[in-house]
Design a protein around this ligand. Sequence first.
Ligand code: KG4
Ligand code: ZN
Length: 310
Amino acid sequence: MLSNIIANQTIHEAYGGVVPELASRVHQQNIIPAVQQAIINAKVSKNDIDAVAFTRGPGLLGSLLVGVSFAKAFALAQNVPLIDINHMQAHILAHFIGIDKPQFPFLCLTVSGGHTQIVLVKDYFDMEIVGQTQDDAAGEALDKTSKVLGLPYPGGPLIDKYARLGNPDAFKFPEPNIPDFDFSFSGLKTSIMYFIRDNQAKNPDFVAQNMADICASVEKRVVTILLNKLEKAAKAYDVKTIALAGGVSANTGLRLGIQQLADKHNWKSFIPAFEYCTDNAAMIAIAGHYKFLKGEFIGQQVAPLARMPF
Ligand code: KG4
Ligand code: ZN
């Protein structure tokens, strides 16, 4: 990995969530400087680049269009092939950047702001979703909770920070009863909202006085919901290697939890390096690398997909 540039967008903080229209405009402004910086950091010449891999989906269409259009133009100008990548597969393939790579098959719990999935990974591009959320994603539940707590967007990292200082058993939130390996976070999200609203009505300083305990208790519930399902799926599929991927895998409680789960059963667990958990270019590059080895390229007529199956 020669360079991994991330152009973050802070503009959304003022709105408490990502504004799609603004996201694509800022992405459009950032993309060329980010690629230029990547080439400088990597100490390569543009002519050393053998192919361009880009995110085809899933995601916000406006931002995907910017990336696809840039990748096409770059590939055309440099006369190199184009490689289309599925964002969720790339989160999983981030495990192959380092030296310690998981062996197939493994089960990957992929948790981000938009997705919550348990994926049976049989090969680099042979993946099967065995469970997923029926409504909200885990990251969304954390982001919404943090919003009600008055914390800035995205709230996941701040919930993590406060949770380290609090008592995870201070407050009890419900564990939804969902069949098989699927998830639901909308009921939990609503119960957290009501819990905070009702307590604030009784005591206007409730959130301020209990921030760490609320965050620790919410995080504990989200983590136990996720890991209970992962445990159940690993047993059902008789898979002894489990992994985490996606932005929420940056969460300290979840990272500790999956290690404890693996230790309990003598399974192996894999967690991506911190910088490869939240959205990054390196994960798209590693996925592109494996497609490149197979000679799997895409034509210039390719269109992005807001929803993209594996
Ligand atoms: O994968 P990602 O960067 O973007 C999407 O593809 O959605 O995931 C973003 C999600 C957000 O919900 C954010 O709050 C959450 O990951 N997140 C965290 C942490 N860091 C990021 N959630 C909990 N603890 C963290 N440390
Ligand atoms: Zn992501």
